[in-house]
Design a protein around this ligand. Structure first.
Ligand SMILES: [Cu+2]
Length: 124
């Protein structure tokens, strides 16, 4: 192999490495940003003092894995509106819950992940 080809290959490898590192760092930053926002949520999540509260619609209740798929409104400073699964801190939260229910829920970060700590019918 000619020396200039080695130089090009090394440069390409470095570029790929930097790109991968950059992307990884961005995803970590995003995670820290979300958790930081939860630690001191803007608007101080009505009464609870910690965690963030939002409204959503239940799309699936997965009792086997103890999580709920929810289409939720934007959580200011944490994430935009989307459909995603949230693990429930307590399986009792899933009792009586059905697909299509409109709910108000509270999220907290526990052991580095977002979990549902409160879930009740919206409007109550
Ligand atoms: Cu989300």
């Amino acid at each position: 192999m000619r020396p200039y080809k080695v130089v090009i290959l090394v440069n390409v490898a470095l570029a790929v490495g930097f790109l991968a590192g950059y992307l990884w760092q961005q995803s970590e930053l995003e995670r820290f940003r979300r958790e930081g926002a939860l630690a001191s949520p803007p608007g101080a999540a009505a009464g609870t003092g910690r965690g963030a509260t939002a409204r959503g619609i239940v799309r699936d209740v997965r009792r086997a894995t103890r999580d709920v798929l929810i289409t939720h409104e934007p959580l200011t400073g944490i994430m935009g509106a989307m459909t995603m699964a949230f693990p429930a801190a307590d399986p009792a939260l899933l009792e009586g819950l059905a697909v299509g229910d409109r709910v108000r829920f509270t999220l907290e970060t526990r052991q580095g992940r977002l979990v549902l700590t409160e879930l009740r019918p919206d409007g109550s």
